[in-house]
Design a protein around this ligand. Structure first.
Ligand SMILES: Cc1cc2nc3c(=O)[nH]c(=O)nc-3n(C[C@H](O)[C@H](O)[C@H](O)COP(=O)(O)OP(=O)(O)OC[C@H]3O[C@@H](n4cnc5c(N)ncnc54)[C@H](O)[C@@H]3O)c2cc1C
Length: 162
């Protein structure tokens, strides 16, 4: 109806905002603008595909000096112990500020892991914020931190949790 991304949570957000706007004269509340800068998208294949924000190409087209890094799930401890090593995490960040502009995952549980990247894109966190945030060892979520680390380090040379 609105032409936005075709997901049920986007429809629900738009519905709530439409209802609030319809009542705004009576309630005196200003209509809330819809914020679609960080819409997660998940494809329930096996492995799952999940993304938020810009690809590297989209970021460049939007005027960002963007760079990207790719982290293979073969290097993720959770993937190794689960024998589910197919996939990758690709992060897109702005050169200089290190602000996260996008995250693209192919991995088991990618649809759950993307939540952290959604918060990071929405609240303009940096790859340094992701690296300095503690992530529990032996989780799928650790893939976001390790992927952020690959912007500055060769993760093949890191010991566990470094
Ligand atoms: C197979 C499939 C799988 C999907 N899976 C996901 C998913 O996993 N995650 C996700 O986020 N989204 C998913 N979606 C998308 C999601 O369902 C839609 O984005 C969402 O339902 C859109 O909500 P809506 O309220 O705009 O429209 P709808 O949910 O389509 O609601 C429109 C309503 O209006 C009614 N209607 C139409 N014309 C009239 C009329 N003339 N008079 C009265 N009533 C009318 C319809 O009967 C319907 O009940 C999926 C969609 C499909 C088709």
């Amino acid at each position: 109806m609105t032409g936005g991304p075709g997901y049920v949570y986007v429809a629900a957000l738009g519905g709530g905002i439409a209802a609030q706007a319809a009542l705004s004269e009576a309630t005196g509340e200003a209509p809330i603008p819809i914020d679609l800068r960080a819409v997660p998208r998940v494809t329930f294949t096996d492995p799952q595909v999940a993304a938020v924000g810009f690809t590297e190409k989209e970021a460049r087209a939007a005027g960002y000096n963007a760079r990207a890094t790719t982290f293979p799930i073969t290097a993720l401890p959770r993937g190794v112990v689960s024998h589910r090593t197919t996939g990758l995490v690709r992060l897109v960040a702005e050169e200089g500020t290190d602000r996260l502009l996008g995250a693209h995952l192919v991995a088991a549980n990618a649809g759950d892991v993307i939540g952290e990247a959604v918060l990071a894109v929405r609240f303009e966190l940096t790859t340094r914020d992701l690296v300095s945030t503690l992530h529990a060892y032996l989780t799928w979520g650790e893939g976001i931190k390790l992927s952020a680390q690959t912007f500055t380090r060769d993760i093949a040379k890191l010991s566990c949790c470094a």
